[in-house]
Design a protein around this ligand. Structure first.
Ligand SMILES: Cc1cc2nc3c(=O)[nH]c(=O)nc-3n(C[C@H](O)[C@H](O)[C@H](O)COP(=O)(O)OP(=O)(O)OC[C@H]3O[C@@H](n4cnc5c(N)ncnc54)[C@H](O)[C@@H]3O)c2cc1C
Length: 323
């Protein structure tokens, strides 16, 4: 029997499934980046017409209540906090957060640093509860497994779980797994190595007063780090709601002793993706989400819109093109 399949059970896959319940999910884990051992970085769903509807829908379906808030973004440079940031500092931030040199960067087309905004309206959602409730409601539709091969011509997908191989024939496929992994398992001339990315290292710690005594939800540190310069090696910190803890993010592994009071640390290998101009077409396959589309500015509000559009178009959703 042919199934409609979503690849990846991170938030993108779960949101697509929420609005398109006939799809099955094949995934390595449930929740993806947001199911990490501690909350990584900011966690805001920007307020749009579509996300307002999502908030309403998950409340009706699962009784999950979202909190609406105005998110405040600060910029730390010249040894102090500011509301604005110059184009030159945004460029430095891009290089610092991706750990790349100017020669490797195509800075103009990358949306970074909340696009230079200092506030925006958003929802805070208990994504952990959303993932758990989605899984308990639809558990028969979740197949745990690592995708090993996609035959896009005959529409077969082969996975491995617990050293056992299984294959499924699909009618349509929505990929939310990192495009780099998708490319590595499908027949294509596109080389996996053409898709560039950098890792993120996270440090959970108790914030110093000079950073936390303010109203900002997160703060960017764009200045390029030079040892002994008084400039910090991390590029962003974000605070827990009670402001008693914060997460430092760095593009390289920090010496723990450099960060006072570290409680825990974590890292994600494909943390920042670096956009590409690649274009290709696969029959009956669509790509959704930041990782799936390999586009940094694909935040969750775009995933919500795509998932709702897909539902409205009755499965005829824009299948077959990566643009
Ligand atoms: C620090 C940080 C803060 C962020 N803050 C925000 C924010 O405030 N707002 C916002 O909108 N976005 C934010 N983002 C963007 C965030 O990446 C996305 O919004 C979202 O979490 C990504 O979900 P996803 O499902 O696309 O990817 P992932 O969470 O990475 O999920 C991918 C899924 O695919 C599975 N998978 C991977 N490879 C395979 C394979 N070969 N076979 C089977 N399964 C596979 C994984 O197990 C995982 O379940 C943030 C990102 C970071 C890193």
């Amino acid at each position: 029997m042919e199934n409609n399949i979503i690849l990846g059970g991170g938030l993108a896959g779960l949101i697509v499934k929420f609005y398109n319940p006939s799809y099955k999910i094949i995934t390595k884990d449930i929740g993806g980046q947001f199911a990490s051992k501690f909350q990584l970085g900011p966690r805001f769903l920007h307020k749009t017409e579509e996300t307002q509807r999502f908030v309403w829908d998950i409340h009706s379906e699962f009784n999950i209540k979202a909190k609406e808030k105005r998110v405040k973004v600060g910029y730390w440079y010249n040894n102090g906090l500011h509301d604005t940031c110059s184009a030159e500092l945004m460029k430095q931030y891009f290089l610092k957060s991706r750990n790349i040199s100017e020669a490797d960067a195509n800075i103009e087309k990358q949306g970074v640093m909340s696009s230079g905004k200092n506030e925006f309206d958003a929802f805070e959602i208990d994504y952990k509860a959303f993932a758990e409730l989605m899984f308990s409601k639809h558990h028969d539709d979740f197949w745990l497994g690592l995708v090993k091969r996609i035959d896009a011509q005959s529409k077969w997908i082969t996975c491995v779980y617990d050293e056992m191989l299984f294959s499924e024939n699909y009618r349509s496929l929505i990929s939310t797994i990192p495009l780099k992994w998708f490319i590595s398992v499908v027949d294509t001339d596109v080389k996996e190595s053409e898709l560039k990315y950098s890792s993120i290292y996270f440090y959970k710690t108790i914030p110093e007063n000079k950073f936390s005594d303010n109203e900002y939800d997160y703060i960017y540190f764009p200045e390029l780090w030079k040892p002994l310069s008084g400039i910090y090696p991390w590029y962003r910190i974000s605070f827990s709601n009670d402001r008693k803890e914060c997460i430092y993010e760095s593009s390289f592994s920090l010496n723990w002793s450099r960060v006072d009071g570290v409680i825990d640390s974590n890292n994600i290998e494909i943390g920042h993706i670096i956009d590409t101009d690649l274009k290709f077409v696969f029959p009956d396959i669509a790509f959704i989400g930041r990782m799936g589309k390999w586009k940094h500015d694909e935040r969750l509000e775009k995933v919500v819109k795509d998932a709702q559009d897909m539902n409205a178009q009755n499965d005829e959703y824009n299948l077959g093109a990566y643009k």
